[in-house]
Design a protein around this ligand. Structure first.
Ligand code: PEP
Ligand code: MN
Length: 295
């Protein structure tokens, strides 16, 4: 039985003709589009590690984390100035003040910035500060927002909705592409499944990575921090994501010396652990290159 409205991968040429492999034979069936963000290249083989605090909480905290991220050898800095929180009574982010702090962190470290935008009215503002615009899981199907970021002229990091199928995720990416912006990086961040909440925050869907690679030419990265919600799981989840073909990682880091983070403290890793993950990512990439040359 074929239930109307239920997508399968056979529907992708109709749902996302601008992005799916079948309708874009120029990508040769296995090539990835390289998306460049301030000199950092997603999809060209070498994994990109983005790291930083969940939220920008202060100048001191953000700069301390940014220095740790740089020291660990990561490629880009993350940090939310506008935070999507479950309760409206929780810390909502520092807003434009947070964006200014991110700009200072970029000036000091040279790391390009990715930060979330949640509101169509703020796309222009956030785009003035960010090198890459992040669409969060909760907004993956906010179609006016997707169109607006598509028009903003900046690369976009599109997180997977926590209950979104592959077809819905790629359909969301198509909204951005339809505005003429194909500089999109997909990010798997864990899905709601029966085990979610029991021993981890979400369920990391590693299987979706090869499925993404088979069906679109866009690069895809993994967020092991939100996917697990548990700091001790972030490093093994990062390694697994790279084994499954992820083009990079998005990781939450804290500098516990400046205080416990106000958001997502349980999943934050320290700079030392991040450095190990970066080292593994480079080492694994070199191994794969070597194996390919030898074959
Ligand atoms: C984030 O990365 O800051 C975030 C809020 O994640 P998600 O949208 O995946 O929940
Ligand atoms: Mn977070």
């Amino acid at each position: 039985m074929n239930i109307s409205g239920q997508l399968t991968v056979d529907d992708l040429p109709r749902v996302c003709p601008l992005l799916c492999r079948q309708t874009n034979p120029g990508y040769g069936g296995d090539q990835t589009r390289v998306v460049e963000v301030g000199g950092v290249r997603f999809g060209n083989g070498s994994p990109v590690v983005i790291a930083g605090p969940c939220a920008v909480e202060s100048h001191e905290q953000t700069l301390a984390v940014a220095r740790a991220v740089k020291h660990a050898g990561a490629d880009m800095l993350r940090g939310g100035a506008y935070k999507p929180r479950t309760s409206p009574h929780d810390f909502q982010g520092m807003g434009v003040e947070g964006l200014c702090i991110l700009r200072i962190a970029r000036e000091e470290t040279g790391l390009p910035i990715v930060t979330e935008v949640m509101d169509t009215r703020l796309v222009e503002q956030v785009a003035q500060y960010a090198d890459m615009l992040q669409i969060g899981s909760r907004n993956m199907q906010n179609y006016p927002l997707l169109a607006e970021v598509g028009r903003a002229g900046k690369p976009v990091l599109l997180k997977r909705g926590m209950a979104a199928s592959l077809g819905e995720w790629l359909g969301a990416a198509e909204y951005i592409a339809k505005q003429g912006n194909l500089n999109i990086v997909l990010c798997e961040r864990g899905i709601k499944a029966f085990a979610a909440g029991e021993y981890s925050r979400y369920v990391l869907d590693l299987n979706v990575i090869p499925a993404v690679l088979a069906n679109t030419f866009l690069p895809v990265i993994v967020d092991p921090s939100h996917a697990t919600g548990v700091a001790s799981m972030v490093e093994p989840a990062s390694r697994a994501a790279l084994e499954f073909g992820s083009h990079g990682l998005l990781i939450e880091v804290a500098d516990f010396a400046t205080g416990r983070p106000r958001c997502d403290a349980d999943q934050a890793i320290d700079g030392k652990t991040l450095a190990r993950i970066v080292k593994f990512a480079h080492h694994r990439h070199e191994q794969l290159l070597f194996a390919r040359q030898a074959a």
